[in-house]
Design a protein around this ligand. Structure first.
Ligand code: ADP
Ligand code: MG
Length: 604
């Protein structure tokens, strides 16, 4: 028998579920309606945690999405002038929920399509812009009641039950919050979730691992919009009145505060953040007039100061500050969710000696500078080729073109017989070219195993729904098993569950190789793999690359460490000023006068 295989995650969900169930019994009536508000806020905040905390996209526009659905619900529940084609939806909460969702997702897809390609500060600015416009739209449209809004929403009726008591709504709200938490936790712990998390490691890295980053961004965005939409539906039936104010920019900023205070990137932080901000505001509103002896918006000022103080004390949010202080229950994640004997399918492997990469007369100009000048080279299966040359020779430029991050000005690149210049990094990753980065790109707070599993992205198939509903366990087990296998292969088998950021730099480079291997490549591009490695680690790396060569893998590496290169590789390609100055066996290169002059510079 294995020890009880209950994870911290299951335990937390159970704990919160019990706390939720006891809520209305323990709380006075007034607190129950406060808890209802907190639940609705937590739902919106949860979306933001996914969007901003996990995927790295800052949005101040979530409140507007809540508004779209709240207004839809209010309108359908109250209007007696619905057009004929909408008659079926009159008064039906289910129809309101569905139509609200469809509308929110339609607006979100449109806005997401327009703004998610923006980078840097433009995305948050874009979200502010739509937050403002939707707010003014709610206040302007006459059939939505203008600035006075829509009142007289009848109580919610579901399955013949009228939910008009605080505690009845309470259970509905909190069951939905818990469901959203579970969906989010499931999502984050899946192939699809890793792709979303991978964007924090840089889009270039994610794309090179085969992740469609635009799709992942849009997915995170739509999930967040869905939570906001459900929150809007609940809001309309809880308040039974809607007006523009709770859906404006100020509310959008409040949601961001909740996410920041709870703990950006921490799922449970949504609940903590929503509760903290709500209580704080309530408490200040009650307390300050007593202390100061006069009324006014003092709570906003004190609230602002408190937020600044909290951010100073707990920059990662309350949850990040709290969780190390909680008792360690010694419940460790198991190595993979289900043990599986099935392996991931492998791509057809090249024949020994097959030319895998064929570069023909590639030139890359940057304005007047010719960074790569008429370069031709080829790599065969089972061969290690080193590209060397002084700084600025154009090695990285060449690598970028081979991995389709950059496109040649002229010339052709053929990979396994297919012309690939002009394709995307994701496409060439799919064809079997996998790479590491000169400057390590990984997710420091994600485990080593999860980081490496990103490399296997294209070999899994489960998408959002199966991930959210946990129907992906078999697929997931195969992916994690592959990641574990590759980690054991490169000698990091003892570090599966530690955070990647805690590894030494040399080990992080090795981790990147394991991640690249997870993609089942035929060609590995390694940019300075030995930099930062200690002597023994270099030997281990050289042994690993030799083993890969025996298995038929082709390796192309850029490296400055000549001892490492000369003892390992089959051929050397030497560049200077963007041109090839020599190519040959290591022994020949070491004696080549042109190379000695240009590069080794009398190192003999
Ligand atoms: P290496 O990797 O061999 O040190 P690089 O390929 O990084 O050399 O750079 C080769 C030359 O191309 C350098 O002179 C560099 O300044 C120039 N270069 C590289 N990338 C760009 C770019 N995106 N725009 C303009 N010049 C570039
Ligand atoms: Mg370089």
């Amino acid at each position: 028998m294995k020890p009880a295989n209950i994870s911290l995650k299951t335990l937390s969900i159970l704990g919160v579920a019990i706390a939720i169930a006891l809520g209305p019994i323990a709380l006075p009536e007034y607190q129950v309606s406060l808890a209802n508000n907190i639940g609705i806020f937590a739902l919106v905040t949860l979306g933001l945690i996914l969007l901003t905390g996990v995927a790295g996209m800052t949005s101040f526009g979530q409140a507007a999405f809540v508004g779209v659905s709240a207004y839809t619900t209010a309108y359908l529940a109250t209007s007696d002038q619905l057009p004929n084609w909408l008659g079926w939806a009159a008064g039906s909460p289910w129809a309101a929920l569905a139509i609200g969702l469809v509308l929110t997702l339609a607006v979100a897809t449109l806005l997401g399509g327009l703004t998610l390609k923006l980078s840097g500060h433009y995305l948050p600015l874009g979200t502010i812009a739509w937050g403002l416009s939707l707010y003014f739209l709610f206040g302007t449209l006459e059939f939505l009641g203008g600035h006075t809004g829509i009142s007289g929403i009848p109580p919610l009726q579901l399955f013949g039950q009228t939910l008009d008591q605080g505690y009845e709504l309470y259970y509905l709200i909190w069951v939905l919050v818990l469901a959203a938490v579970i969906v989010t936790l499931n999502l984050l712990d899946s192939r699809e979730g890793r792709a979303i998390r991978a964007m924090r490691g840089g889009q270039l890295m994610a794309e090179s691992m085969g992740v469609n980053t635009y799709r992942s961004k849009l997915l995170a965005f739509l999930v967040a919009a869905t939570f906001a939409s459900v929150a809007g539906w609940l809001y309309a039936y809880t308040q039974r009145f809607v007006a523009p104010a709770p859906f404006g920019l100020q509310a959008g900023i409040d949601y961001m505060f909740m996410a920041l205070i709870g703990g950006v990137g921490q799922v449970w932080g949504a609940l903590i953040g929503a509760a903290t901000v709500t209580f704080l505001k309530q408490w200040l509103q009650d307390l300050l007039p007593h202390i100061l002896g006069k009324n006014g918006n003092y709570e906003s000022i004190v609230f602002g100061l408190l937020i600044v103080w909290l951010m100073q004390k707990a920059p990662g949010g309350i949850w990040s500050w709290l969780s190390p202080k909680l008792p360690d229950w010694k419940i460790k994640q198991t190595a993979s969710p289900i043990e599986t004997n099935e392996k991931l399918p492998r791509r057809p492997q090249p024949q020994a000696g097959e030319i895998i990469l064929d570069v023909k007369k590639v030139t890359r100009r940057f304005g007047g500078l010719v960074a790569n000048n008429d370069l031709s080279l080829s790599v065969k299966a089972g061969e290690i080729l080193a590209v060397i040359g002084p700084n600025g020779a154009g090695k990285s430029t060449l690598f970028n073109q081979l991995s389709c991050v950059d496109t040649p000005t002229s010339g052709e690149i053929h990979f396994r017989g297919i012309q690939v210049n002009g394709q995307t990094a994701r496409q060439i990753a799919g064809l079997g070219l996998s790479r590491t980065f000169q400057h390590v790109k990984l997710l420091p707070t994600m485990t080593v195993l999860e980081n490496v599993a990103i490399g296997a992205h294209l070999r899994g198939e489960c998408g959002f729904l199966s991930s959210a509903l946990r129907l992906d366990r078999k697929d997931e087990a195969k992916l994690l098993q592959e990641a574990r296998y590759q980690l054991e292969r490169v000698g990091l088998g003892n570090y599966l569950h530690v955070e990647a950021g805690s590894l030494a730099l040399g080990q992080q480079r090795i981790l990147e190789i394991a991640r690249a291997l997870c993609a089942d490549p035929c060609l590995l591009l390694l940019d300075e793999p030995a930099a930062g490695l200690r002597h023994l680690e270099k030997q281990a790396l050289a042994d690993l690359l030799r083993r890969l060569r025996t298995e038929g893998m082709a390796v192309l590496l850029v490296e400055h460490d000549m001892d490492f290169v000369m003892g390992l590789v089959d051929r050397v390609f030497v560049m200077e000023f963007g041109q090839r100055i020599a190519e040959g066996l290591p022994e020949e290169i070491q004696k080549n006068p042109a190379v000695l002059e240009a590069y080794l510079g009398g190192a003999e």
